[in-house]
Write a protein that binds this ligand. Sequence first.
Ligand code: MG
Length: 171
Amino acid sequence: MLNKKVADLLNDQINKELYSAYLYLDMSNYFERRGLNGFANWYMIQAQEERDHAMLFYRYMQNNDCPVTLGAIAKPDKVFKKDMDVLKAGLEHEEYVTASIHTIYDAANKVKDFRTMQFLDWFVKEQGEEETNARDMISKMELFGSDARSLYMLNQELAARVYSTPSLVLD
Ligand code: MG
């Protein structure tokens, strides 16, 4: 059995990842309405990845014979007035998720739960990539977002993103 505190944090993380999926779906929704289908595609794939993350935490708990309790997923409450609001909210959210993963890691470390630490290693790396991606989006938008032609090309670039399953597989 997993330590109670570690188990509770892992259980909460399922909800946080599903909320992330819901938040990114709302961002995709914003860009659909804007007519920027490439941006909408990018955030839709982001949403799919977040659902995968939730399932990895779910599977890890099941594999460790740890009861899962599913809670309500909060409503995405951010109001996006302009494109940059979405991008900045994305980065802010990823920084929050990074801190959350680190909190679980810290709790696992305290009770010498090496298995959970090893499981979380993938997420620690993944969060580094998520934050880099979010910062890149902001940089690109700052450089090209104000010019319609450049925005069109950036939208085309983001339309090319394809979904792939996470490199971490638990069975
Ligand atoms: Mg995630």
